[in-house]
Design a protein around this ligand. Structure first.
Ligand code: PRX
Length: 651
């Protein structure tokens, strides 16, 4: 931690927005930001009521924020609305009717452009298709799909009828699907035969079939035909999307939903082996994603906006679909890998569609820098006017590369800090209002009241690091963990129950200029290529292999991925310690969780370092994995020999 802070202290470069950008920005000066921020924290009800009034409500709310039962907070209580209505119908009586809502490009180069009118028609059709399969308001629908237009259509169709979607990233395995389906009693799954990734078909339907061997609650599987690979279709359970949609009406009024009706569940990793089902509701989430999209991406009517995330993660939920369409903007969606057929694919897309606002992850930026400057240099990137990053800390070197080689020194960069739990961006710079500082996310967004505190809940002075908390509720915050109110309270609110603060799980630092820098997770969560993974989840996957007696997983610094995964494993007595065992274990983790969780390093060891009370000394393992000298006090180590042996163990 201290190393990174020293690094930041040296960071004195500030990058002002270009004057022309600032002049046209929705928040155009520091003074404008300060005034709005002040209002948002001094009179949050009035602030959020104004924002919500820009959207459509069937019935206006009675109360903006009800904290009576905190941390179970309600926003826009008594109001009824519909997120899909606000993303679609709201625009149909305006010039946006025939504007592109989604510009989609498949990995093989095929293309679909859906206007707001056409997207509305397709969403209504899909909503009726779901109804035909018996899906009702409140039912849970799992979505396990490639990045195809039907994914956005399926989400909006669920939102339209009040079904709760639970999107499972297409890189997760059958076991991960099964766990999520069980946890929320899913009745219907929407999937595809496959998706394209680096020229190959990812067999999604096959993974669903494997998952469903043991999922009695699932009555229907809706299958989009994408790759035309052979799939098995179970009579009565499995239906082709195009068959179901062929004979349903394309008119479907949006359900009038309560502001606090659930919109979606999205599972994310925590400190235990079991992923948490983050629950977001309708009104507050809509208002939060709408406002952040508007100001952080400074969306203009003529903008083409591209977020490269997969919709399977929260970034795609909030900033490919809901927040962007609620603003009536044009959202680009790309199906495949950034380096297929060549490492210039993204720049080709930016050039082709004249993308104006581009939002990606630091891990991608580091990979692009590694692949070589010549790839972006070949293209006309002059349409770009704003760049963004999300998901993990960005190192200043990668920031500067992004600024120079992609932004051509002409685009502000917003480094946006937020979480699946927060629903929308919480800390960032507003691109026209203030300078950016490489490596620092920036200042709190409207209505967000962060603080850096000690373990004891004392606020630290500027320039000191500590735990990042949020002091007051905000509209798009998670409402609970699906089916587990107790765990929700325990994970996020127990530590500072007296103060009622939300614990983010991140360590951070606020400089004297008020800019927050996020240092990283303080819990057993690691951030691999911007994907959040629980070390305990990977450990339980490892120990479920018959080869393994015990395992401990830690993150280590990785040039491109941000963090890599290092597993210390002790095998059962008769298992051979060899490369074959390593490969078997990697494959096993891929099968249990997904390829993203495969350890980069597996180190075999006879024993794991433990305290006398039997706790695995993770800090020490982190030092070893990083190749650092141990900074931890080892006097409580049970067996000193273990340490020496671990250092000898080969990666
Ligand atoms: O550690 C922080 C890191 O990602 C975590 C949240 O991960 P997830 O819920 O998967 O959401 C990712 C996309 C919003 C945070 O606790 N993180 C996210 N954005 C940043 C970041 N770390 C540093 N800088 C960021 N901009």
């Amino acid at each position: 931690m201290s190393q990174q802070i020293d690094h930041v202290l040296e960071e004195t470069r500030l990058f002002d927005p270009p004057a022309a950008f600032a002049a046209g920005a929705s928040v155009a000066s520091r003074e404008a930001y300060d005034a709005l921020y002040k209002k948002s924290v001094e009179d949050p009800d009035a602030f959020w009521a104004d924002v919500a009034s820009e959207l459509h409500w069937f019935k206006k709310w009675d109360r903006v924020c009800n904290k009576d039962n905190a941390p179970f907070v309600k926003w826009f209580e008594g109001g009824t609305t519909n997120v899909a209505y606000n993303c679609l119908d709201r625009h149909l009586t305006t010039a946006r009717k025939n504007k592109a809502a989604i510009i989609w490009e498949g990995e093989p180069g095929d293309q679909v452009i859906l206007t707001y009118q056409e997207l509305h028609r397709r969403v209504c059709q899909a909503a009726n298709g779901l109804k035909k399969l018996g899906v009702k308001k409140g039912d849970r629908v799992a979505i396990y799909m490639p990045m195809v237009p039907e994914l956005a259509i399926a989400m909006l169709a669920c939102a339209r009828i009040g079904a709760i979607h639970s999107i499972i990233f297409g890189g997760f395995s059958a076991t991960a699907i099964r766990d999520r389906v069980h946890d929320s009693d899913v009745s219907c799954i929407i999937t595809a035969d496959g998706g394209w990734r680096r020229g190959s078909v990812v067999p999604l339907k096959a993974a669903v079939d494997e998952a469903l061997e043991n999922c009695p609650t699932v009555k229907n599987v809706l299958v989009v035909e994408r790759t035309k690979n052979d799939v098995s279709m179970e009579e009565g359970r499995d239906h082709w999307w195009h068959d179901v949609m062929a004979d349903v009406s394309d008119e479907c009024p949006a359900e009038e939903l309560d502001a606090e009706d659930p919109l979606y569940i999205l599972y994310t990793s925590g400190s235990t082996g079991k992923p948490k089902g983050i629950l977001h509701t309708t009104g507050g989430y809509m208002v939060g994603t709408y406002l952040t999209s508007k100001h952080v991406f400074d969306l203009k009517e003529e903008d083409t906006y591209w977020c490269t995330a997969d919709i399977g993660w929260v970034t795609g939920h909030s900033y490919i679909v809901y927040g962007i369409l609620a603003n009536g903007a044009t959202s680009v969606m790309y199906e495949g890998a950034p380096n297929h057929p060549g490492p210039d694919r993204f720049w080709q897309i930016v050039d082709k569609y004249k993308v104006n606002v581009f939002y990606t992850a630091p891990t991608a930026i580091r990979a692009f820098a590694k692949w070589g400057d010549e790839h972006p240099a070949k293209y006309d990137l002059s349409s770009l006017r704003l760049l963004g990053t999300v998901g993990e800390p960005i190192n200043p070197e990668a920031w500067i590369w992004y600024h120079e080689k992609i932004g051509r020194k002409n685009c502000p960069i917003v480094d946006t800090w937020w979480q699946t739990e927060t629903g929308c961006i919480m800390i960032t710079t507003l691109p026209g209002a203030m300078p950016a500082k490489p490596g620092s996310a920036g200042v709190p967004f409207f209505g967000v009241q962060p603080a850096i505190v000690t373990e004891e809940g004392e606020e630290v002075d500027a320039g000191h690091s500590g735990l990042l908390v949020v002091k007051e509720p905000w509209p798009s915050m998670l409402r609970t963990l699906y089916g587990d109110d107790e765990r929700f309270k325990e994970v996020y609110f127990e530590k500072f129950a007296k103060q009622g603060w939300y614990l983010t799980g991140d360590g951070a630092f606020c400089a004297k200029d008020g800019y927050y820098m996020i240092i990283g997770r303080l819990d057993d969560v690691i951030n691999v290529s911007g994907h959040r993974l629980g070390t305990m989840e990977i450990e339980s996957a490892l120990v479920s292999s018959e080869l393994v007696a015990e395992a401990a997983v830690v993150g280590f610094p990785h040039d491109v991925k941000g963090q890599g995964i290092c597993a210390f494993v002790s095998l059962r007595g008769d298992a051979e310690v060899d490369d074959e065992a390593k490969e078997k274990l990697r494959a096993h983790v891929a099968h249990e969780i997904g390829a993203i969780a495969k350890p980069d390093q597996i180190r075999f060891t006879d024993a794991l370092p433990k305290t006398r009370s039997g706790k695995i000394m993770r800090r020490l393992l982190r030092d070893i994995a990083a190749g650092n000298e141990t900074t931890q006090d080892t006097t409580t180590l049970e067996d000193f020999n273990v340490l020496a042996k671990l250092r000898e163990s080969e990666a």
